[in-house]
Design a protein around this ligand. Structure first.
Ligand SMILES: Nc1ncnc2c1ncn2[C@@H]1O[C@H](COP(=O)(O)OP(=O)(O)OP(=O)(O)O)[C@@H](O)[C@H]1O
Ligand SMILES: [Mg+2]
Length: 270
């Protein structure tokens, strides 16, 4: 760890649990000693991170540092090899398939590629967020067709500033508009936490800025926890409360974003 990092970074204890949970704010995510290996390669080597409710965390690090792997492990989309994983108060490693699916419904996931259904309208794509929160496939039709759902979907589109494009087909939206629809779809899911893997990476600088400001602003407004990965250090500083850097499978940096500059974060890439 460089001097710049060690001065600014917050201490991480031996098992990797950073002392970040304050009594007033329960932790939505507690990761301790997380290990993930792919064959011979240990990608996550005892990672610890505790995220209080409502906090926005930017996860940074070089290509291949394990950022996406970490997000995926947190939802058990990839099975971790070792460690503690507590999500929304539940030990996610102990959950069986039904309970796991139920817990995942409460997590919004925004990807670099928005994965909209191209031939569907923006509104219908947002409505699909209601499916994600609906327990039984028997209730999907109701979730999609009810007037209440449509009104909620319109409200979500309005929140991302796209109410006037509700009927436009997704394949006729720009990249920035598509990502905003994807965010609206996530809001429609009524998530407790949002995880986003490079949500602005495929957008031009102006659209990227807009999407990050929107995502951060909406999460703050709703008091939701946000954990996202980014290679844009300016975004990590401006649109997160806290920046966490992964290097060599471990947390190399963990500090409040306030007062940071890009140069101090660049050390994570050293
Ligand atoms: N399913 C997999 N099988 C084998 N190796 C994998 C698998 N998924 C990821 N890896 C490896 O794990 C390492 C971490 O990958 P990961 O995608 O988590 O990195 P990242 O920090 O998200 O990188 P980037 O910034 O490029 O998105 C890489 O070396 C990658 O090749
Ligand atoms: Mg990645």
């Amino acid at each position: 760890m460089t001097a710049a990092i060690s001065q600014r970074a917050i201490a991480v204890d031996a098992v990797g649990l950073s002392a970040r949970c304050i009594p007033a704010a329960p932790c939505d995510l507690v990761v301790g000693g997380l290990v993930k290996r792919f064959g011979e390669a240990t990608v996550l080597d005892g990672v610890g991170l505790s995220v209080p409710r409502g906090q926005s965390v930017a996860l940074i690090g070089s290509n291949g540092a394990g950022k996406s792997t970490m997000l995926r492990c947190c939802l058990r989309l990839i099975e971790p090899d070792e460690g503690e994983l507590n999500l929304l108060g539940q030990n996610i490693r102990a959950l069986r398939s039904g309970a796991l699916r139920q817990l995942r419904r409460r997590i919004g996931f925004v990807f670099q590629k928005h994965n909209l259904v191209p031939r569907n309208s923006a509104l219908t794509n947002v409505l699909h967020g209601a499916i994600a929160r609906t327990r039984s496939p028997r209730l999907w039709h109701q979730a999609l067709a009810s007037r209440q759902s449509r009104e909620e979907a319109m409200a979500c589109l309005d929140m991302v500033g796209l109410a006037d494009l509700a009927e436009r087909r997704a394949d006729r939206l720009s990249g920035g508009q598509s990502q905003r629809v994807a965010i609206a779809r996530t809001l429609m899911q009524r998530p407790a936490i949002v995880m986003a893997d490079e949500p602005a990476a495929s957008l031009d600088p102006v659209a990227a800025e807009e999407v990050m400001a929107l995502l951060f602003g909406l999460m703050k407004k709703q008091g939701l926890t946000l954990i996202y990965t980014s290679h844009n250090l300016r975004h990590a500083i401006d649109y997160a409360d806290r920046v966490v850097g992964l290097r060599g499978g471990r947390i190399a940096f963990d500090a409040a974003s306030a007062g940071q500059d890009a140069a101090s974060l660049e050390a994570v890439y050293g």
